[in-house]
Design a protein around this ligand. Sequence first.
Ligand SMILES: O=C(O)C(=O)[C@H](O)CO
Ligand SMILES: [Mg+2]
Length: 251
Amino acid sequence: MKPCANLTFLFKELPFLERFQAAADAGFDAVEILFPYDMPAPEILDRLQLAGLPLALINAPPPNYTGGPRGFAAAPDLTDRFRSDFLRVMRYAKRLKPQHIHIMTGDGEGDAARDTFIANLKWAAAEAPDQSLTIEPLNPTAMPGYFLNDYAQAADILDAVAAPNVGLQYDSFHAQMIHGDAVAVWHDHAPRVRHVQVGDAPDRNTPGNGTVDFPALFAAIRDSRYDGWISGEYNPDKDTESSLGWMSALA
Ligand SMILES: O=C(O)C(=O)[C@H](O)CO
Ligand SMILES: [Mg+2]
């Protein structure tokens, strides 16, 4: 199991560009960045190369995302917007080579949103056949109104899309908040998972300081032979360094 650091959440004690080396020094093998678009790609690439780290994941809402809607992939009236933004994301991705791109749905509900999301995912999968794309249910307490908010719903959508390069992004914080048992969610959906993020519930804080059963979760992940990244995506209770005890369970 390979540890990854989400640099949007971890090492916030440091200026953004210094977080890459800090992650490498702390023993991480990769980093992910939720919204890298405010920074020139060459600067990020430079820091990745200096630290010797691959980029595991970026998000795909619009590149100019600045606290606006969290994506458009399920917005029936904004298909053109989603598609032109996706092409811009792919131009960025060509430089940074993220292993996964998380496609965010934005707000919505009902059949029209579902159909739009499926059609957009099929289109994106065909447009970028060599790029792994992920979808991630976000819990309604943290993200009210967000369309993709349940793991069974995500499984249904992945079945309908049926594209080899589209899979599930599992997040222990959201899984626990949505379904009450992050370990059970892992057991139900492990074969679909392409990328894992960890944080505790209910406060998205340091793993081990909340209600998620991390010993059971890491044992289940190990048993399932998942070989992707396990990324820390949480707000450390104190400083980042003292929050990294969970990494030793991955060795
Ligand atoms: O909120 C999360 O858990 C995510 O991973 C999203 O990418 C947030 O942007
Ligand atoms: Mg997440």
